[in-house]
Design a protein around this ligand. Structure first.
Ligand SMILES: Cc1cc2nc3c(=O)[nH]c(=O)nc-3n(C[C@H](O)[C@H](O)[C@H](O)COP(=O)(O)OP(=O)(O)OC[C@H]3O[C@@H](n4cnc5c(N)ncnc54)[C@H](O)[C@@H]3O)c2cc1C
Length: 440
């Protein structure tokens, strides 16, 4: 499986209705407000000072919001159209904060002649200076996690570990903002706004690092574990309260007692069941996933945090093509298991795999066909059948592809190739919705 299969994202193609623009708008507005308030309140001290304060204020609010989004607030997720999109906004907010901080540093407002300097103010100055440099380094590390052209990638664990310090450095920025010597008699609205966001950001960070992991995790025990090629399927039973999820959602999995303490995201490859059991199918792609089959066995306790995601075929139309590449089959297995005879949609699933061994979940798919004749599927084995082409997809689908929605999960190359072919044949689907296994 190529690198592209490590990815998860739930991104509609043009034409898909999107409430999710609300999220980016909601985070941009407070940044804009802070900049305007900053500029307005400090304009009597000259354009340079006002601009320096404006960009610094916007940076504080942007940074605070990156930490708030990192706390994965479940009520806010729908405004972004899913966790992956929320993470994308989080990433771009962080990058914007970095640019704004650099500008603030360059146009540093100088109030030395207008304020009485204090010891605490000096400490605030130094805290700001230190946090600025350290944050700059951390944001740069996050941004250039994968170095372009040379393909060097910082190991996820190191990246994640360095990311954890952002909140501590932001607390120093808040300290700087609280105590740095500033002229008196300025409209307090800006300070109020910055203090509110500053405190909210620090609380969000503490929540993310210390509280959420305990609140959100649920304990499960492995009841079954099986191996097909380099894919391991584990079935788990809840120890306490069961988890509620919709087919197509994913969760973060960790098994500290088996030495897998880093949480990794996986799609729940089964539909909700009365006994609360669920399954994950994990393809060995890197260190953690390669260790998994050796580390886990029946009886091992696993912690699960979730569910997340909004990949849901029930939002789509009456005719649907489901296209999976390799391990990208997992959301479709959950969907297929959830299909009942009452389902009125016509659905055709194509699973592209390299070898027959990679075709996991065929039993689940056969059972779905038996329950509902409107559902059909085929497995395209590249080493046997050659690569899937748009022509072949058009020929195999029991309805015109241009009248259907296309739901996709797998390597980007497969999606792009098929869409290009469909376009050339005048069979572009009505809507394209896809899930990639990576937060970008
Ligand atoms: C929403 C979602 C659903 C997924 N569903 C499945 C699934 O059903 N089956 C499956 O086999 N794989 C799935 N994946 C991919 C799986 O999470 C990665 O393959 C796995 O985390 C790789 O970890 P590694 O240490 O083995 O490999 P590494 O070589 O360390 O990582 C490979 C890549 O995986 C990503 N990654 C690594 N660790 C994490 C992490 N803790 N959190 C987020 N991304 C990480 C990074 O982008 C990295 O570049 C899913 C990913 C996401 C985001």
């Amino acid at each position: 499986m190529t690198d592209a299969v490590h990815r998860a994202s739930d991104v509609p193609a043009p034409g898909f209705p999107t409430l999710p623009m609300m999220g980016p708008l909601l985070v941009a507005l407070p940044c804009l407000l802070a900049a305007l308030l900053g500029f307005n309140s400090y304009s009597p001290y000259g354009a340079d000072a006002a601009l320096g304060i404006a960009v610094g204020a916007a940076a504080v609010v942007a940074m605070a919001q990156t930490l708030i989004l990192a706390a994965r607030p479940p009520l806010v997720e729908p405004l972004f159209g899913g966790l992956d999109r929320m993470y994308r906004v989080h990433k771009w907010l962080g990058i914007s904060a970095m640019v704004l901080m650099i500008l603030h540093q360059q146009i540093e407002p100088d109030f030395e002649r207008t304020v009485r300097e204090t010891g605490l103010g000096e400490l605030g100055e130094e805290a700001g200076e230190f946090a600025f440099n350290a944050l700059l380094a951390l944001i740069a590390v996050s941004w250039f996690r994968r170095l372009p052209f040379i393909g060097l990638e910082i190991p996820y664990q190191i990246w994640r570990f360095s990311h954890r310090f952002m909140g501590a450095l932001f607390a120093m920025v808040v300290f700087h903002q609280f105590f740095v010597d500033m002229p008196t008699g300025v409209d307090p609205s800006l300070s109020m706004l910055l203090n509110t966001f500053g405190i909210a950001g620090v609380i969000a960070w503490i929540y993310t690092e210390l509280i959420a992991p305990r609140l959100r995790r649920r304990a499960f025990t492995i009841t079954e574990i099986s191996q097909t090629g380099d894919t391991t399927t584990v079935t788990l039973r809840p120890e306490g309260r069961a988890m509620r999820w919709r087919p197509g959602q994913f969760a973060f999995v960790r098994a500290p007692e088996a030495g897998l303490s880093e949480p990794h995201p996986f799609t729940i490859a089964s539909a909700p069941r009365p006994d609360g059991t669920l399954a994950f199918s994990v393809r060995a792609l890197g260190g953690w996933t390669r260790d998994l089959p050796r580390a886990l066995r029946a009886g091992t306790r696993v912690q699960i945090e979730g569910p997340y995601g909004r990949f849901d075929f029930r939002k789509g139309g009456a005719r649907q093509i489901w296209l999976a590449g390799g391990i990208g089959i997992t959301p479709f297995l959950a969907w297929a298991e959830s299909l009942t005879e009452a389902e009125r949609r016509d659905i055709h699933l194509v699973h592209c795999v390299r070898t027959q061994e990679d075709a996991i979940g065929v039993e689940t798919l056969r059972a779905a066909v038996a329950r509902n004749p409107r559902f059909s599927f085929e497995v395209v084995v590249t080493t046997r059948d050659g690569r899937l082409t748009a022509e072949r997809l058009i020929g195999a689908a029991p309805f015109a592809v241009k009248d259907a929605d296309l739901w996709f999960c797998g390597p980007t190359g497969l999606k792009d190739g098929i869409l290009k072919g469909l376009k050339a044949q005048g069979q572009m689907p009505r809507r394209v919705r896809f899930e990639q296994f990576e937060f970008v």
